[in-house]
Ligand binder design. Sequence first.
Ligand code: SF4
Ligand code: SF4
Length: 152
Amino acid sequence: MKKWEKEGYLELSDLKLPNEEQLKKGVAIIECIQQIPCNPCVDACPKKAISMKDINALPEIDYEKCIGCGKCIEVCPGLAIFLVKIVGKEAMVSIPYEFIPLPKEGSIVKALDRRGNEICDARVEKVKKGKTNVVTIRVPSNYAMEARNIEV
Ligand code: SF4
Ligand code: SF4
């Protein structure tokens, strides 16, 4: 049994990570680990950057093809896709967010890691309402691959 199956959360070593240049461009980080029949992320991608060997396989992303459009985030029923873009010493992290009330753009919230632990303050840059709401926060760049939720 893998560690995440016992502990209930992922670690960076469980993920295929983008390189520095890809993070500066802005790419989707797919944290999908359950092999269930599901593939809307594949169909949503305009660049065919996400592929699956079959409907029950885990999605794989080609960071070179990804343009960071975020379309895959909104269609993922597992809330398993994030968008990360490094901008100087900060990172923009887009998070699928199903709680209400939604945070206000410009407000300061707490960024949480995958375990739900508070890691830093985050500024809410954008709130995009849709099938799944997507909240984009700004955090120090060292938290780019850690900030995965917010507390409003
Ligand atoms: S962010 Fe856009 S280009 Fe990148 S994988 Fe998702 S849908 Fe495709
Ligand atoms: S849509 Fe989400 S849950 Fe479904 S395969 Fe893609 S990443 Fe996984």
